[in-house]
Design a protein around this ligand. Structure first.
Ligand SMILES: CC(C)(COP(=O)(O)OP(=O)(O)OC[C@H]1O[C@@H](n2cnc3c(N)ncnc32)[C@H](O)[C@@H]1OP(=O)(O)O)[C@@H](O)C(=O)NCCC(=O)NCCS
Length: 217
């Protein structure tokens, strides 16, 4: 049986941001992007249990990650989206990041955690808030979820701006929460629920109002 809301392809024509499942043939583009972004990404990522950045981000490593992500998605515990840019009318897309709704728990919780990164070369263009808004709206409709959480290191200003611009609520402070870049790091917990976005007509609707300058954030 297919997992609710998966597979899915989501698109914002205004920016060309496209979310889609990874393909096996993304290996080379994924590896090139990750290799070019070691300094940009490694400080925010889980401490690797073994291997160098080059080993952990090779095309061969991608094939293992791809298999694991597909398995989680099929089991309904994750929605792992490749973030791409695609010109309107084009069939070509360029891989520029990843957004995963993971640790999906259903029953009385119906919740997921979002994790994400984007290529430094395209940072600051609103790609991640667009991607997160698309994914949250999808998760709250076809995906049948009620709540999305994002946990962010206090010093990660750009990531905090992403959720703050989308109206996520700052709810908690988790001391020594995740092992990131070699140590247990504190995290600030943000969350949003269906009730919050229903009131706004969906999260993309809110984000469009922010982009149009109708809402100041
Ligand atoms: C966090 C991240 C995903 C944001 O993605 P994005 O698509 O750049 O998001 P935005 O365009 O909305 O920019 C967010 C903030 O980044 C900052 N920013 C703007 N241009 C930037 C640039 N060229 N380089 C770095 N940061 C920039 C600004 O503070 C911006 O907030 P503002 O819109 O209020 O000015 C991205 O910075 C990233 O991948 N960082 C490394 C990995 C990471 O931190 N992942 C999240 C872990 S919780």
């Amino acid at each position: 049986m297919a997992a609710p809301g998966w597979p899915a392809v989501l698109y914002d024509s205004r920016t060309g941001v496209l979310l889609r499942p990874y393909r096996r043939r993304d290996a080379r583009a994924w590896s090139q992007c990750r290799m070019a972004n070691e300094a940009w990404l490694s400080v925010w990522e889980p401490t690797p249990s073994r291997g160098t950045w080059a080993e952990l981000n090779s095309p061969a490593a991608f094939r293992v990650i791809y298999r694991d992500l597909r398995k989680s998605a099929a089991a309904g515990t994750a929605m792992p989206f490749a973030i791409c840019l695609r010109e309107p009318g084009s069939k070509q897309d360029r891989l520029v990041g990843q957004l995963t709704l993971g640790n999906i728990v259903r029953r009385a919780f119906c919740s997921a955690y979002a994790g994400y990164w984007v290529d430094q070369a395209v940072a600051g263009r609103g790609i991640m808030p667009t991607a997160l808004a698309l994914a949250v709206d999808h998760a709250f409709t076809a995906g049948g979820l009620h709540r999305i959480e994002v946990n962010i290191r206090p010093e990660n200003g750009p990531s905090r701006r992403v959720v703050e611009k989308l109206g996520f609520r700052e709810e908690s402070y988790h001391a020594r929460y995740l092992h990131i870049d070699g140590a247990w790091r504190d995290h600030v917990g943000y969350a949003i629920t269906t009730e919050d976005v229903q009131a706004e007509g969906g999260l993309m609707a809110r984000w469009n109002r922010v982009r149009d300058g109708q809402v100041t954030v």
